[in-house]
Design a protein. Structure first.
Length: 96
């Protein structure tokens, strides 16, 4: 008997989903994180549900966000150049 291929959705929290959840919290919501990372709401939803894991550059950007507890320019350095240019996030002016 042949088994049919099916999508496996992980229900338990994984390091990807925990990191994403914290990055969403830091960003102030999935929409803000999506704008920052220049990704679609559908991508964020798939990653949040466990339907798929974020590609490694996005995961590393989220790790940077969670480590710094902020949306940082350094986090965008992990993303492919084309995606990073699509970000609508602007760094705060340096007031030092």
């Amino acid at each position: 008997m042949r088994q049919s291929a099916r999508t496996v959705t992980r229900k338990e929290p994984t390091v990807y989903r925990r990191t994403l959840a914290r990055a969403i919290e830091i960003a102030g919501g999935p929409e803000n994180l999506g704008r920052f990372l220049a990704c679609t709401p559908g991508e964020i939803a798939k990653w949040s549900s466990g339907e798929s894991n974020p590609p490694m550059p996005f995961f590393l950007a989220m790790v940077d966000i969670t480590a710094a507890n902020a949306l940082t320019p350094e986090a965008l350095q992990n993303l492919p150049a084309a995606r990073a240019r699509g970000s609508t996030w602007m760094p705060a002016p340096d007031t030092r």
